[in-house]
Design a protein around this ligand. Structure first.
Ligand code: FAD
Ligand code: NAI
Length: 466
């Protein structure tokens, strides 16, 4: 029987990063993966394919609408969807191969099959009707999440799709109905909008992107509407009739009232994700779940069963790849006897639309609710030189600082490249920095990041270019 120091179940960003860190720390490690390829949701049907299509569709739109104003004359761009899908697949393959390489480099055994926990120190791996049991000192559950489903609406991944189907449509839908104005709906809605679909988004709440700073979300919605998105807020899809050539969706006001029917070629259901624990044998093994089906852990990622830990989408917290990765590193260090740690107050979030939206720390609503006195500094990209010359002036930077100490509590950016720009705020906040620290840090000119410095100056009411 093979024996290990650590067996990690799942090879998404949580699992494979945990395995690499554990191997670096001298452990003998195996990963178990039931999927044909390594990399989990993120590499295969999540972060990476969606970003490839966001990039390609953005280039398509730029060629169609932005080149001419810069004096770059090209003939009207033509969409070759199979070639675009091939571009996406090449990106997936490259990243998956990268994870395979990391497993080899770090001498990590890859056990293909479904992992089941038999008890402390024992994992059964089954594939193609055969199974083997491996022994291990520690186990990390990193089995991720799955799509949340809408009762009575069956996803066939052709006409009624989840994000997985929406990443592989074989033609541009004339009309795309998106259920849920969260990250997936707005990112994948953007892809198909740019490629020519008419996009209607139905959202249960009376706002888009719950959890995002309200002022930023309002501006985001306005910009998306200018791009042609239509929103039906405070509404829910209760049924989809698939009998005809076009789908007929029944939409009801969330607060009750008369239903209406909307026609669509494709319906994308993206109403959140749920933890994935099928087949792991957790109940029999004695690993407790919380009331939302997530694996329950203590502050050191330990589950209720000795020697078994859990990280990533399958536990509480934001369902983000970088959160899973950081937890993977932290738990490997804890198992090795070190002081692994994740600072949950400084986990950035990015929506990769055009413009991008990024944030870290508290929103204005959260500060109000917690009764924290704060100051706000804002700076629009319309007043930023680089944005002006590039004619990409949508959006603004917003900094929230503690009114007494000036410590930065939250930074929110809507604008081009916001996803790259947020990280100086993350570093600042990790070091407990103040708006004044940021305001006194020299920023290269001309860059969009100067808008962050200006927003920090605006906290002290002394922005220069406004
Ligand atoms: P996963 O990546 O879900 O990996 C879990 C792995 O475990 C899978 O490979 C699965 O096959 C395997 N597994 C499950 N059960 C077993 C078992 N019993 N035995 C063996 N193997 C098993 N996050 C971001 O931060 N940025 C983004 O831009 C982003 N974009 C996204 C876009 C889409 C369309 C989607 C759906 C998600 C996106 N996410 C993004 C979220 C991100 O993909 C997840 O947060 C991340 O993948 C979670 O990592 P994980 O390691 O916890 O789990
Ligand atoms: P989400 O939680 O971001 O958004 C779901 C939306 O659907 C919410 O606005 C919710 O109010 C709404 N909703 C719920 N039930 C509804 C109903 N019956 N009718 C209409 N609206 C309804 O979930 P989403 O977009 O599915 O994404 C899942 C997760 O994947 C994200 O939360 C995020 O963690 C991750 N992700 C991250 C990305 C990134 O970091 N850029 C990109 C894509 C996904």
């Amino acid at each position: 029987m093979a024996t290990y120091d650590l067996v990690v179940i799942g090879t998404g960003p949580g699992g494979y990063v945990c395995a690499v860190r554990a191997a670096q720390l001298g452990m003998k490690v195996a990963v178990v993966e039931k999927n044909a390829t390594l990399g989990g949701t993120c590499l295969n049907v999540g972060c990476m394919p969606s970003k490839a299509l966001l990039h390609a569709s953005e280039m398509f739109e730029e060629a169609a609408h932005s080149f001419a104003k810069m004096g770059v004359s090209v003939s009207e761009p033509k969409l070759e969807l199979p070639a675009m899908m091939n571009f996406k697949q090449q990106g997936i393959d490259g990243n998956v191969k990268g994870v395979e390489f990391l497993m080899k480099k770090n001498k990590i055994d890859v056990l293909k099959g479904t992992g089941k926990i038999l008890g402390t120190g024992k994992v059964e791996v089954s594939a193609d009707g055969k199974s083997q049991v491996v022994e291990t000192k520690s186990i990390v559950i990193a089995t991720g999440s799955d799509i949340a489903r809408l009762k009575g609406i069956e996803i066939d991944e052709k006409r009624i799709v989840s994000s997985t189907g929406a990443l592989s449509l074989d033609k541009v839908p004339g009309k795309l109905l998106v259920v849920g104005a969260g990250v997936i709906g707005l990112e994948l809605g953007s892809v198909w909008k740019r490629l020519g679909a008419e996009v209607v988004v139905v959202e249960f709440l009376d706002r888009i992107m719950p959890g995002m700073d309200g002022e930023i979300a309002k501006q985001f919605q306005r910009i998306l509407e200018k791009q042609g998105f239509a929103f039906k807020l405070g509404a829910k899809v209760t049924a989809v009739d698939t009998s005809g050539k076009t789908l007929k969706a029944t939409i009801e006001p969330a607060a009750g009232g008369a239903a209406e029917t909307l026609e669509a070629d494709v319906v994308l259901v993206c109403i959140g994700r749920v933890p994935y624990t099928d087949g792991l044998g957790l109940k029999e093994a004695g690993v407790a779940l919380d009331n939302r089906g997530r694996v329950q852990i203590d502050p050191h990622f330990a589950t209720s069963l000795k020697g078994v830990y859990a990280i990533g989408d399958v536990v509480a917290g934001p369902m983000l790849a970088h959160k899973a990765e950081d937890e993977g590193v932290a738990v490997a260090e804890i198992i090795a006897g070190q002081a692994g740690h994740v600072n949950y107050d400084v986990i950035p979030g990015v929506v990769y639309t055009t413009p991008e939206v990024s944030s870290v720390g508290k929103t204005e609503e959260e500060l109000k609710q917690a009764g924290v006195a704060y100051t706000v500094g804002k700076f629009p990209f319309t007043a930023n030189g680089r944005s002006k010359v590039n004619q990409t002036t949508d959006g603004f930077v917003k900094i929230l600082a503690d009114a007494k100490t000036d410590r930065v509590l939250g930074v929110h950016i809507i604008g081009r490249e916001a996803g790259e720009m947020i990280h100086e705020a993350c570093v600042l906040m990790e070091f407990g920095g103040s708006a004044e620290d940021l305001a006194r840090t020299c920023h290269a000119h001309p860059t969009r990041s100067e808008a962050i410095k200006e927003a920090a100056l605006a906290v002290g009411k002394r922005a220069i270019h406004m």
